[in-house]
Design a protein around this ligand. Structure first.
Ligand code: TYM
Length: 373
């Protein structure tokens, strides 16, 4: 009997942060360590997703391999045959299924994806800001800046637009049931469920519909999807695209630098440690981070630290835990053996091609591209 599949991916750019780590990487690695006898675990590097927004292509190959190393350093057991680690572009069925699904996806449906709206707006804003900072602000420079931002918006790629369809293909090719992702990917996961249901209604049982987001949270023992917030602006999520880097802790940060970022995290003037996301978002975020670093339930951490009055003392505890975590992680990263890693990638990619091609053929037969068996 085939085992239910748990699957996730983290985009291959050199800048994974603690939000990515705790939101997606750790839940699946924990599963891989404890439940691999009952589940197939797919951990992949979505390299085709890495240039939906502009990147330096000379660096991509190195970043892909670095990403694979990060999974190993985070504890993915490479010697287990139920656990697969692979590069998306090495399994061409991902691109082929995307095209088929594209043709059953509405333009309006994709236009409503909030991540597309945010990222495409940001490309325009960045061009505007860059152009404005290049000269004195007067009417002419403002007009030039506006023109630059319009040009940048018109360069928003089709890849960014149909990225959720590629993500649905990533999931549906392997009949994945559980997909641990952070809160920001909920809409994309819902789309994967929608398109699977739509294709099944039209063509018969083609795809496994992934579990609802609520069922996924239950499976991973959480009340809701994780959202680690930016340290400087704790009302927005921690994100790779933050240019200053001050609000984000990257897995590659020097431990001392990360500790400094925690010490200067934005808090409030209430002078009382309390978990209240609305009224005290900065302190609540630090409590969330501490619970994750100590691998303890939030309740326990709340019970221990709520009521403290000196934020400096509390921050120092979080900062110490953070530098300890990074030191440990970076030591393990340096020890990852490249030869073992490449062998694992190649072995997984062979198995994944077989599984993905079976789903692709089923789909091609259903839509009439291949004769039915
Ligand atoms: P990506 O690379 O943007 O992010 C990787 C994972 O990290 C989670 N995440 C966060 N979790 C908590 N707090 C945050 N501040 C935070 N920021 C990011 C994301 O939710 C994500 O789970 N589209 C995906 C990659 C992908 C994928 C897939 C995932 C491609 N195909 C198929 C699952 C299944 C992405 O861009 O994630």
């Amino acid at each position: 009997m085939t085992k239910p599949v748990i699957l996730t991916g983290l985009r291959a750019n050199n800048d994974l942060h603690i939000g990515n780590y705790f939101g997606a990487m750790l839940p699946i690695i924990d599963m891989a360590k404890t439940r691999s006898a009952d589940y197939q675990v797919n951990m992949f590097i979505p390299d085709l997703h890495s240039f939906t927004t502009p990147i330096d292509h000379d660096q991509l190959q190195g970043q892909i391999m670095n990403n694979a190393k990060l999974y190993a350093a985070a504890g993915l057991p490479l010697d287990n045959n139920n656990i697969h680690l692979y590069r998306q572009s090495y399994v061409p069925a991902h691109s082929e299924l995307t095209w088929i699904l594209d043709c059953f996806t509405g333009f309006g449906e994709m236009s409503r994806m909030t991540q597309f709206k945010d990222k495409s707006a940001k490309l325009g804003e960045d061009a505007y800001a860059k152009s404005m900072s290049a000269g004195d602000s007067n009417l002419v420079t403002t007009i030039v800046a506006l023109e630059d931002s319009t040009k940048a918006s018109s360069r928003v790629s089709l890849g960014l637009f149909n990225y959720p369809v590629l993500m649905a293909a990533d999931i549906l090719l392997y009949d994945a049931r559980y997909v641990p992702v952070g809160d920001d990917q909920t809409q994309h996961l819902e789309f994967a469920r929608d398109i699977a249901g739509r294709m099944n209604n039209r063509f018969g049982e083609l795809f496994t519909v992934p579990e609802s987001v609520k069922r996924q949270h239950e499976f991973f023992g959480k009340d809701q999807g994780l959202r680690i917030m930016d340290l400087v602006n704790p009302t927005k999520k921690m994100s790779k695209s933050d240019e200053t880097g001050k609000g984000v802790i990257f897995l590659g940060d020097e431990p001392a630098t990360a500790a400094k970022k925690i010490m200067s995290a934005t808090t409030d003037d209430k002078a009382l440690v309390k978990y209240d996301r609305a009224a005290q978002p900065g302190i609540s975020n630090l409590l969330d981070i501490l619970a994750l670093l100590q691998a303890k339930p939030l309740r326990e951490v709340q019970a221990k630290f709520e009521g403290l009055e000196r934020y400096g003392d509390f921050k120092k505890i979080v900062a110490t835990e953070m530098s300890r975590f990074l030191e440990d992680f970076q030591t393990r990263l340096a020890q990852v053996d490249s030869t073992t890693l490449i062998t694992k990638l190649e072995t997984s990619e062979r198995t994944m091609n077989t599984q993905a091609n079976a789903t692709l053929l089923r789909t091609q037969q259903a839509v009439g591209l291949r004769p039915k068996a």
